[in-house]
Design a protein around this ligand. Sequence first.
Ligand code: HEC
Ligand code: HEC
Length: 284
Amino acid sequence: MKFKATTAIAALAISLPALALADPDDDTLVVNGEIEMITKTAAPAHLSDVLDEVMSGWHFRSDETQVMQADDFDNPGMIYTEQAMDDWNTEMGTKGKSCASCHGDVEESMKGVRAVYPKWNDSKEKVYTIEMQVNDCLTDGMGAEAWKKSGARMAAMEALISVQSRGMPMNVAIDGPAEATWEWGKELYYTRTGQLDLSCASCHEENYGNHIRSDHLSQGQTNGFPVYRLKNAKLTTVHGRFKGCVRDTRAETYAPGSDEFVALELYVASRGNGLSVEGPSVRN
Ligand code: HEC
Ligand code: HEC
């Protein structure tokens, strides 16, 4: 691991001493005593110039927070999957259909889905997030209103969908038709923005393991999303988190659901290829 302190970073009071203490731990995560999570693994090939190992954000949290994720009864994010299960089975919209009408049992039909999203959608000819697909299903498939992007109801459905893939390694495709979007996401990841002139990489690639405003900086992986944040006691989506991070650099932020955030989501997800799907995970 290499640590670079830039002036802008210094201005944010990242503390560089005590690196040993700040290093991510070596704990292992097994959920419900049965789902073994890959929380550290060799970095995917496209990152080999910059990182040896990729790690889940779980490693950077306190023991108290970590343990909440080891058992579904202690994981406050799991309650939302029950709400989403009601939505799954409820007829909505003018066509009198529920999600289950077309997809049947969520445990069967949504298995593996979270691990491969964002994903190229052939008929729409663009990269699709799970949110975009759910909204298409609602409007076109059911004749219902789209849900608010990154809103509470959407986040809960994403949690339910994610649970069906827990433990499976993230495996988003970055070649073929998705490549241009992935390249754009990569560019956004390394672009310095805002008054503080920071990129995602300034914090999550060059300074993970360090402390920033008393928070322990992770690699900014998305395999744990949606995450239940203890701080605001609700689920946060990937785009919700991106928005907060961009705002912290004092930049104008892109909106959840924007093309920019979709591209960034694909790129960031690809940085975590090989890490287990964890969502809903627990974070501070
Ligand atoms: C009228 C039928 C219909 C209904 C109702 C419906 N969907 Fe879909 N859904 C589809 C079709 C068709 C696809 C595309 C399948 C494909 O391309 O693999 C799809 C795909 C998806 C996918 C992506 C699966 C994948 O493997 O990429 C998700 C996630 C999804 N739907 C969620 C939902 C949710 C949540 C609801 C309820 C709010 C819902 N769907 C309701 C027809 C429906
Ligand atoms: C000023 C430093 C900073 C910058 C710049 C920054 N972040 Fe973050 N980010 C944080 C902090 C602090 C957290 C919370 C602790 C952690 O998980 O790293 C966080 C958390 C995250 C998480 C959640 C990780 C998890 O496992 O819960 C993601 C994803 C993320 N950031 C993505 C990004 C992206 C994408 C960008 C660029 C648009 C970005 N961040 C820019 C500081 C930053």
